[in-house]
Design a protein around this ligand. Sequence first.
Ligand code: SF4
Length: 456
Amino acid sequence: MTGDDLREACGVFGIWQDPAAFTKAYWGAFSLQHRGQESAGVAVMNEGKIAVAKGMGLLQDAVKLDAALRGSAAISHVRYSTTGESSAMNAQPLLMHTRFGPLALAHNGNLVNHERLRRQLEAEGAIFQGTSDSEVLAHLVARRPESDLATALKEAARQLSGGFAFVVLSREGVFGIRDPLGIRPLVLGRIPGGAWVLASETCAFDMVGAHMMREVEPGELVRITASGVESVRFAERMAERACAFEVIYFARPDSLAQGESMHLKRRLLGKQLALEAPAPADVVVGVPDSSLPAAMGYAEASGLPFDFGLVKNRYIARTFIAPDPEWRAQGVQLKLSAVKEVVEGRRVALIDDSLVRGTTSRHIVRLLRSAGAKEVHMRIASPPYRDPCHYGIDTSRAGELAARHLSLEALTARVGADSLAFLSPEGLMAALGSDRWCLACFGRGYPVPVEEEEDG
Ligand code: SF4
């Protein structure tokens, strides 16, 4: 997928007790940039005060590295909005002044009960700075009667529902909070002999020289202070339901999910797809970059040659990844080119990781045909995407989800392929290796009841 159809909510990073906290939080967020390109920010604790640098756009535009905010603890954030408009007021980290002192907060995910909580809080006099759901946690914490921050955060987290991962910077430490089903990812790492770090993905650890220690458990709050890491449960243990789309598309291939390589898992998806949906083709081509591991797996299992029949233009301006539907169709033509020498006169098995609206796929099939492909057999390394996500992924509205409304025949006609086939939900679970995954968007039911329609 080229990134036009599905967008990750956000990426978060936190570090405690490191003299280069700002720089490491900056580079941590930099390595998570694929999770959100609308706004970015870093918050740094120095002598009991928090300074925040944030703004719209990519991290390099939003925060100048030479801002050199000093401090020994920091959190950072990259954002794509799912709830709340895309504007500077919703850029994170958010800074709140509470009786616990200043708190900075960064959030990935979506709270399905945020509208109700927000209405309640506003009725009690809370004044929100922005329109995102992330502020709800800060207001809940500020109103808790407990005298220590960890307990107040724990009790506030109990009130949240949905898929969420928070990092919170305070005078006493950095906190990490992961939703009770572990829908959104959060991992804990350590720089050897040095600071503890939290991140949405392990690729951020590699960037700052940290080692993966473990995943923050679903329903767990971790408190990182001068005495080390303390674990507090705020929800009962339940069967984990991690977002399967992290593996299919969102996470960087060099990150780990449930301890296993994303790249290798994507290859397995491709292998499984080849077993379920062989194609009468001469060459296997993947949609760069996210579908290449699945295409390699497909080629391995089918015995067909893999080749780079599509190349990505690396120099697309940010405009084309902005959340503006009018630019999407235009953007894909500029993002990808077909390699004539690979596809001309050949039957192409085109592997994509997912199909959401189908408009991107149509453009890609057209590209291959104009480069001389004799036939295009499209194979999707995930099941049909039928239901919108309510846990922090912007999948657009249900009406735009092609597989929800169209038969396989109609979908094949829409994308203009000679044939089209998807990985089955059973095949997806077999490739993922367990049933600890959220598959709600594939019609398998929402693991957290959806209270209300969000506006994202
Ligand atoms: S509904 Fe789909 S995209 Fe949303 S959390 Fe579940 S698997 Fe991920």
